[in-house]
Design a protein around this ligand. Structure first.
Ligand code: AMP
Ligand code: TRP
Length: 317
């Protein structure tokens, strides 16, 4: 591992099927940044974050392997990027505890995710309340400087920065402050109903959708009948084609929503097919487990070196 390169780190929770919002909002960016070799990459599966939602061992295993396959199908090369499971590196939860001791409740109560859960009047588990501290640990353990995520995660990166600053102030310079990396024009990918694409809204287009699933999703895109251009169709179309490429198509089929949807189905299928084939062809469970096992060992090495500094700084070593 090259110690001089800047570290890029990102993670996703294994809580369900990956959709094109996850791809364009997050995965695509880190795959591109990692493939130009300018960064050293740590990409992980946030299974301990997911445990707030997935409390079924078989489902956790299935979703975890699926996400590992997804990363690889999207172009991450496990030979060049450290691909691992959060739970394989116990330093994440240890450091989250240390952060808990310097973090106040009112500060965590200002988190959007917490406020949303509270607004829904849900009984909030401590793991959800504490979510930002585990995420801060994920990021800070590896001295990550670039953290590519969708817009909805920006506040969490700010929590990580604040926590790093606070720790450094109390215990001495230990952590590097991370930057989010958000591409503005794809920061929020809309779903087929025009709201943010999200599993919880059931408005997604799965990243490895079959032709039939793509057709069903696109035909379901909500269009209002005013205007020449169906905005919800266009918003998804422009993820895979430039405005210039789309200009003539949308001009030619002005007001013909069905033809435009058919064009979108064709373009989505062309775009998705190679990834879908890679995903389906990919390696056995045993091979996936082996990749994660190796990645876990590399991640642990890096994280333990950081923890050594941390334990000295706080006086437990
Ligand atoms: P989630 O599945 O919500 O945990 O999201 C995983 C990653 O995908 C995070 O970096 C999110 O910010 C990103 N993401 C999820 N939904 C969208 C969306 N509709 N638009 C852009 N990015 C998204
Ligand atoms: N909270 C992120 C999400 O919901 C997942 C995540 C956990 C993450 N730890 C991270 C993302 C560290 C980037 C860096 O999408």
């Amino acid at each position: 591992m090259n110690a001089d390169k800047l570290v890029l780190l990102s993670g996703i929770k294994p809580t369900g099927e990956i959709h094109i919002g996850n791809y364009f909002g997050a995965i695509k960016q880190f795959v591109e940044l990692l493939n130009d070799d300018s960064h050293q990459g740590f990409v992980f599966i946030a299974d301990y974050h997911a445990l707030n939602f997935i409390q079924d061992a078989a489902e956790m295993k299935r979703l975890t392997r699926n996400l590992a396959r997804t990363y690889i199908a999207c172009g991450l090369d496990p030979e060049r990027v450290v691909l691992f499971k959060q739970s394989d590196v116990s330093a994440h939860t240890e450091l989250a505890w240390i952060f808990d001791t310097i973090t106040t409740m009112p500060y965590l109560m200002r988190a959007h995710a917490f406020k949303d859960a509270e607004a829904k009047n849900k009984e909030i588990v401590v793991g959800t309340f504490n979510y930002p501290m585990l995420m801060a640990a994920d990021i800070l353990l590896y001295n990550a400087s670039v953290v590519p995520v969708g817009q909805d995660q920006k506040q969490h990166i700010e929590y990580a920065r604040d926590t790093a600053e606070k720790f450094n102030r109390i215990f001495g310079e230990t952590f590097r402050l991370p930057e989010p990396h958000i591409l503005l024009d794809v920061a929020v990918v809309p779903g087929i109903d025009g709201r943010k694409m999200s599993k919880s809204y059931e408005n997604t287009i799965p990243l490895f959708a079959s032709r039939d699933e793509i057709t069903e999703a696109v035909m379901g895109i909500v269009t209002d009948s005013s205007g020449d251009r169906p905005e919800n169709v266009y918003a998804i179309h422009r993820l895979i084609k430039t405005d210039e490429e789309l200009a003539s198509l949308y001009e030619e089929h002005k007001g013909k929503y069905k033809a435009l949807k058919e064009a979108l189905i064709e373009d989505l299928d062309t775009f998705i097919a190679p990834m879908r084939e890679r995903f389906e062809a990919l390696t056995t469970d045993a091979e996936i487990d082996e990749i994660l096992h190796k990645g876990g060992a590399l991640a642990r090495e890096r994280a333990e070196a950081k923890m050594d500094e941390v334990r000295r700084a706080i006086g437990v070593r």
